[in-house]
Design a protein around this ligand. Structure first.
Ligand code: SF4
Length: 275
């Protein structure tokens, strides 16, 4: 398979990665405008096949091809490919505000994550010293020492937590067997105590069949849990990009507003990202 150190996101794709002709073969991709992060460049550590410990019903990157919770190194990309891709991206695209590890699946599952982050830090420091270096994670590996140590090098960590209800977690996020949302919450609390950068918790509000994660009880449980985590920000979303399963429905706007109100009344700083 051909691997591209850097590929520009085709404008006609407009953020819909399933329609992108590159389909996960670029190590560094962009630029694209993120509502959270500004003008951004993405980094993908899993080339050609989505690797994740979840298989979320709303994932806009399609079904998980390699579902696992243990560290994994598929061989490509190499550190050199990442460095080349970042040099090209940051050299060609001016005024980049953020470089984020995201891509096809869960980047913290890569067993060489720390090396990739240190390499990215070197290149970003040279070519875009003002840019924020971050990651999007599903939080399932935050209990692992090697992951915590690697993420401490980053300016921003955006960590997913969609529900505190174990049944809803299993239905919406479809984790690898043995992953429990209660353990994820404890890992998030512990990570917050060690991590000095900006921690944002991302909550995706959706319904799927008879399962929805935005009732008043959901909001109150989330408020209590996140107060204990103490993130810098909470980001509320719904499935504004095409979900992997068409029967996934967005949370109604008024429900998102009410969910945000409950969180804010607990003192949390909440941003809502509507379409
Ligand atoms: S954790 Fe992220 S990449 Fe993995 S299935 Fe869920 S939305 Fe997709």
């Amino acid at each position: 398979m051909r691997v591209f150190p850097f590929a520009r996101c085709p404008p006609q794709v407009r953020g819909d990665c399933l329609r992108c002709p590159m389909r996960g073969r670029a190590v560094v991709y962009g630029p694209f405008r993120s509502r959270r992060r500004g003008l951004s460049i993405g980094v993908n550590l899993f080339i050609g096949a989505k690797v994740c410990s979840f298989d979320c019903v709303y994932c806009f990157r399609g079904a998980t091809a390699v579902k696992r919770r243990r560290p994994y190194d598929p061989g490509l990309p190499t550190i050199e490919m990442l460095e080349e891709g970042l040099r090209r991206a940051l050299g060609e695209v001016g005024d980049v505000e953020a470089v984020d590890f995201s891509g096809s699946g869960e980047p913290t599952l890569h067993s060489r994550l720390g090396e990739f982050i240190r390499a990215a830090r070197r290149v970003v420091g040279e070519y875009a010293p003002g840019a924020s270096l971050g990651i999007f994670t599903n939080s399932s590996t935050l209990g692992l020492r090697r992951v915590v140590e690697a993420l401490k090098e980053l300016d921003q960590v955006e960590a997913k937590l969609d529900t505190l209800d174990e049944r809803k977690f299993q239905v919406i996020n479809r984790p690898v067997e043995g992953i429990r949302v209660g353990d994820i919450l404890e890992a998030l609390k512990s990570f917050r105590r060690e991590y000095g950068g900006t921690l944002a918790v991302q909550v995706m509000l959706v319904s799927y069949g008879d399962c929805l994660n935005y009732t008043l009880e959901d909001a109150e449980r989330m408020a209590e849990a996140l107060t204990a985590v103490d993130p810098d920000e909470v980001h509320l979303y719904t499935a504004y990009r095409a979900p992997r399963l068409p029967s996934v429905a967005r949370a109604p706007p008024e429900e998102i507003v009410e969910f945000a109100r409950v969180l804010r009344s607990s003192g949390l700083r909440v941003e809502v990202y509507p379409e």
